[in-house]
Design a protein around this ligand. Structure first.
Ligand code: G4P
Length: 535
């Protein structure tokens, strides 16, 4: 295999998803620890803390005790390059999370064994299902008094709408947690609490020592044997094709905080999770857009901006565009073009995200996430290439359900407000709508907390004190028509309802769900879109 192809094949890019408190941060840290990417436990939390200290606008994150930003970490394990994308857990930032999910090839779902599948996980699952993203499930906190494993499997199956395939099986739980049986190696690893132990330090016994294990773990052993038989009898065999098609999920049990069952997950990422997958794009030929699938091993460099973050470092007023490489090879100094504007991109730096630091990129391949530091000119959803004219599709924007009007307290800061809203809109922190009929700008959000973050950031980063007032709008639909004349008729009929978003896409603002229905009845040829894909 050529070295280029090998670089692509050895990459794994996944997102870790869970409901807050299920143990995502702990598991992330252990994965980094066991892959050798970090040396000390507590480093992930430590990193979070120092970010609070240096970044002003992250203050709000500290106040709320939630993670506003998503982060990216790269590690090397068993000669594989593993890119882990964290997702903000708070439901108000779900839009950000959805976009992160467009940048990965698989997902690791962490479940608290006492709580099962919780609300926030459910929404993320939906997005994975829509995209047929393969999901690996980790059932965490087996050292606690939790639910019956059969019960958990049943719930995961129902929620995911696909069969579970247990890869490990727990013996006991809580105070009587004896360990896990690895169904593939037919061996039991004995649980021991504490966070000092490395995975290979746990005691392991082959199941051929059945009698000894039965004696040692007594009733727990007998119950585990019975439930394991039921579970394996009821579930299909692991089928890699079915897993990759998002049609079954392998399930692992463990206790993240005790380093237990984590290595099995890390190995599954290498052995089971897919290498970078193809991505759909539009290729522009003679001003005509035609669909084209870009293969990760295609030679030309192409990537998509799935996240833009401003002022990560309070001392610099720049922005980082997070780009998921889709094909080709990136090398420093290469000429890049932003497809939307056809302008050359001249980043001040290009970085890769190691677990605790950013480093200058030496080379990057499909699956990698690289950060372009720029002073503008890049938007969420932009396609960046080495010159080829193509545009990736599939980065979703959801129609906001909450609206506020922005009132600037000091009118002399209008220009700064405009700049702030433009930038925050491009970042996707909030959606900004400019009414066609004039008047105050509108902010649209999916979660209430987004307003607070934006208000805070306008003050901290742009010195704009704003008041946010409620308004009559409760929804928006992006509109298109088959002919300009039809669109013209529609906008003529509803001049007060028309607004342009940050990407200058026309939207219809509504005050109730009936609004859309009525407008649709009156103008059957107009298309109302609840979701806009960047194109
Ligand atoms: P999150 O990122 O999904 O929000 O969860 P996080 O890892 O922060 O874990 C939430 C809490 O659950 C933490 O306790 C963590 O120590 C605990 N936890 C994680 N994995 C396990 C496990 O396997 N068993 C048990 N018993 N607990 C686990 P905390 O008290 O909120 O925080 P901390 O003071 O321990 O950091």
């Amino acid at each position: 295999m050529s070295s280029f192809l090998n670089e692509v094949r050895r990459r794994r890019t996944f997102a870790i998803i869970s409901h807050p408190d299920a143990g995502k941060t702990t598991l992330t840290e252990k994965l980094l620890l066991f892959s050798g990417a970090i040396q000390i436990a507590g480093a992930v939390k430590g990193r979070k803390a120092s970010r609070h200290a240096t970044s002003d606008w992250m203050e709000i994150e500290k106040q709320r005790g939630i993670s506003v930003a998503s982060s990216v970490m790269q590690m090397l394990y068993r000669d594989h390059v593993i890119n882990l994308l964290d997702t903000p857990g708070h439901k108000d930032f779900s839009e950000d999370t959805y976009r992160v999910l467009t940048a990965v090839d698989s997902a690791l779902m962490v479940i608290d064994a006492a709580n099962g599948v919780e609300a926030q996980t459910r929404r993320l699952i939906e997005v994975c299902r829509q995209r047929d993203t393969p999901i690996i499930t980790f059932v965490n906190k087996m050292d606690r008094e939790v639910r019956d494993p059969l019960d958990i499997l049943d719930e995961v199956e129902r929620e995911l709408g696909m069969p579970c395939v247990p890869m490990t099986w727990p013996v006991g739980q809580g105070k009587l947690f004896g360990g896990i049986i690895n169904l593939r190696t037919q061996a039991m690893t004995v649980f021991d609490s504490g966070s000092e132990r490395l995975p290979q330090d746990f005691e392991t016994h082959p199941l051929t020592e059945q009698a000894k294990l039965a004696e040692r773990f007594g009733l727990e052993w007998a119950a585990a044997m019975e439930s394991m038989e039921l579970a394996t009898g009821a579930s299909p065999k692991f089928d890699k094709e079915a897993f990759l098609a998002g049609k079954q999920t392998p399930v692992f049990f463990g206790s993240g905080v005790n380093n237990f069952g984590v290595m099995e997950v890390l190995d599954a990422l290498v052995d089971l999770a897919p290498s970078p997958r193809p991505r759909l794009s539009h290729l522009v030929v003679n001003k005509q857009a035609i669909e084209k699938t870009i293969q990760p091993e295609d030679e030309g460099f192409a990537g998509v901006v799935f996240k833009v973050q401003a002022n990560m470092d309070a001392n610099h007023r720049d922005r980082i565009a997070f780009v998921r490489v889709a094909s080709g090879k990136f090398t420093p100094g290469m000429k890049l073009k932003v497809q939307r504007t056809a302008k050359e991109l001249r980043p001040t730096s290009v970085v890769t995200f190691m677990s605790q630091r950013r480093e200058a990129v030496e080379e990057a391949y499909a699956g990698d996430i690289i950060g372009f530091t720029t002073h503008g000119g890049v938007q969420l959803g932009d396609t960046i290439t080495d010159g080829q004219a193509l545009q990736f599709t599939g980065l979703p924007f959801f129609a906001p359900e909450l609206f506020m009007t922005v009132i600037l307290k000091n009118p002399l800061r209008t220009k700064q407000l405009q700049q702030g809203l433009d930038q925050l809109g491009e970042e996707g922190a909030i959606q900004v709508f400019k009414p066609e009929a004039g008047g105050a700008m509108l902010l649209g959000a999916v979660g209430q907390l987004q307003f607070e973050v934006v208000q805070h950031r306008l003050k901290a980063e742009y010195d704009c004190d704003v008041k946010l007032e409620s308004c009559q709008y409760t929804g928006a639909r992006w509109i298109t028509a088959d002919t300009p004349a039809e669109l013209g008729e529609f906008t003529y009929a509803y001049p007060q309802r028309m607004a342009l978003d940050a990407a200058n896409t026309l939207a219809y603002l509504c005050t109730s769900p009936y609004d859309v229905r009525l407008a649709q009845e009156r103008f059957p040829k107009i298309h109302f879109h609840p979701l806009r894909e960047h194109a």
